[in-house]
Structure formats: C-alpha cells, structure tokens
Design a protein around this ligand. Structure first.
Ligand SMILES: NC(=O)c1ccc[n+]([C@@H]2O[C@H](COP(=O)([O-])OP(=O)(O)OC[C@H]3O[C@@H](n4cnc5c(N)ncnc54)[C@H](O)[C@@H]3O)[C@@H](O)[C@H]2O)c1
Length: 255
C-alpha cells in the first residue's frame, strides 16, 4: 500500500546522518532520490551506491545558504526526473555556545545555514509544488527550538524559526495540495551529535528522556517518510517531536 514509485524527492543533508537514513528509506519505497549536500565526495558515493542497487538517484553539490545553488538544485531535480513531489530539508549545522559567549560571526553562520537555508530551500521547492498542485515538504526543526536547553542560543533560535516559517507556509499552501511539516528530534546518534554532545551533555539529556536512550537516524527517517506519503494528505503545519518522550515528560522517577 505504501509506495513512492514515480515520486521525486530532494534530500538536503543527504550525505550523512538523518538525511542519509532518509535517502535510503525513500529509495527502498521506490522514489527517485536527489541527494543534495556540501559534502561532494560522500554525496556522490551515496548516489552511486543507490544506482548500483538498482535505484534512481543523482547527487547535486549544494550549499543550501546559496540562492543560486538552491535554484539550480530544484531545476536539476525537475530536469532529471520530470517533477518534484517531496522535499526533505535536513541540511544543518550545530553549535553549543552560551548566550553571553555567542559571537556575531557564529550567530550569522548558524542563522545563515539553518534558517535562511531553510527559507530558500522551502520557498524554491514550494514554488514548484504549488505550481503543480502537489507536494510534501518536511523541514528540520529540533527540540532545541522548542525547549530552552543551555548553549542553544543561536541553534535554538534557528530551529524555532524553522518551525514558525513551516506553519506559515503550511497555511499559505493548504489549498494547493502541498503539505508542510517539520520534525523536532531530540538527541539522535549522528556525526553532528558526536561533535555537540560531550559526556556531561549526554548525562544531563538522558535524565530527561523517558526512553533513557538517544534515537537513531532511521527512527527520524521513518517519521519523515510517513509525512511524505501521498496518504498523509491531511497532516500539515505540525512540528512532530521524535524524541523518546522528552517533550512530553515532567519529573521522571524509576518507581
Ligand atoms: N542529531 C540530532 O540529535 C539532531 C537533533 C535535532 C535536529 N537535528 C537536525 O537534523 C539535521 C541533520 O542532522 P544530523 O544529525 O543528521 O547531522 P549530520 O552532520 O550527520 O548531517 C548533516 C548534513 O548536512 C550537510 N550540510 C551542512 N551544511 C550544509 C549546507 N550549507 N548545505 C548543504 N548541506 C550541508 C552536511 O555536510 C551533512 O552531510 C540538522 O538540520 C540538525 O540540526 C539533529
């Protein structure tokens, strides 16, 4: 019943972590996959691997904070496969820095890639989808954009901004057959988290997660793919936690 045969999906950040797990899941469901990333070597290798396994895939080297790259990416996806049904916009970077230490340079870098990049990507894909009257956009917010964790001034602001923008686009495009949703993962075991979470952060985080573990990239990919199915037509404007119960929890006792 659940297939994405004939659907074309752009996955930004598709060379690593959550994006990579999503690329693999989309390919298994039969989608044509456009892997987009700044990491050219890894992105090319992913697309090559999918093709060798009999899938339809291309890699497009893309910096999502560049309007030029983003326009070129959407054009190449449509040229290669004839249409664009799905955007999984997962490219992003992390930063752990307290409010008083956050430099203007770091603020601009995080906002430029995570928030402005999301605007450019969602607008460019949305334009194509609204024109054709169908689309599924899944953006990447974060629990850091919902809750006030320490060290997340710039990162949390960028992710909270993504959720706000997602809601506006969901409402504006609601009559056009285009759904727009976001995911808010908690701690997910990826390269980004290895850099951002030291032992102290891990201990503090685990104390607030009812499932008492970090998530896997595949568990986030499953949520993303669910929102991208044609059957998920009545879900829009949702910022879905994928967090082992972190957002739901209050005081957690063992007994
Ligand atoms: N891992 C987590 O715990 C977690 C939690 C909440 C949200 N997120 C978000 O999920 C997304 C994916 O994170 P991940 O953990 O898989 O990280 P990751 O570092 O494994 O993957 C991120 C990918 O984005 C690419 N990228 C970075 N900047 C780019 C740019 N300017 N243009 C194009 N590609 C770029 C990287 O090359 C990389 O392949 C990010 O937006 C991140 O903020 C992650």
């Amino acid at each position: 019943m659940f297939t994405l045969e004939g659907h074309t999906a752009i996955v930004t950040g598709g060379a690593s972590g959550i994006g990579l797990a999503t690329v693999e899941m989309l390919a298994k469901l039969g989608a044509n996959v456009v892997v987009a990333d700044v990491n050219t070597d890894a992105g090319n290798a992913v697309a090559q691997r999918l093709k060798e396994a009999g899938g339809q895939a291309i890699f497009v080297s893309t910096d999502v904070s560049s309007s030029y790259d983003v326009e070129a990416l959407v054009n190449q996806a449509v040229q290669a496969f004839g249409s664009l049904e799905i955007l999984m916009h997962f490219a992003g970077i992390g930063l752990e820095q307290h409010a008083l230490d956050t430099t203007r340079e770091n603020w601009d870098r995080i906002i430029g890639i995570n928030l402005t990049g999301s605007f450019l990507m969602m607008q460019a894909a949305g334009r194509e989808m609204v024109k054709r009257g169908y689309g599924r956009i899944v953006a990447m917010s974060s629990m850091a954009g919902v809750r006030g964790g320490t060290g997340r001034t710039a990162y949390g602001a960028s992710k909270g901004g993504v959720a706000a923008m997602m809601r506006v686009m969901a409402v504006e495009w609601a009559k056009s057959g285009v759904t727009v949703n976001a995911l808010s993962p908690g701690g997910i075991e990826t390269a980004l988290v290895k850099k951002m979470h030291d032992d102290e952060t891990r201990r503090a985080y685990l104390a607030g997660i009812p499932m008492d573990r970090y998530g896997t990239p595949e568990e986030v990919a499953a949520a993303a793919v669910c929102l991208a199915l044609p059957q998920s037509a009545y879900i829009t404007g949702v910022n879905l936690p994928v967090d082992g119960g972190f957002d739901a929890a209050g005081v957690i006792k063992d007994s």
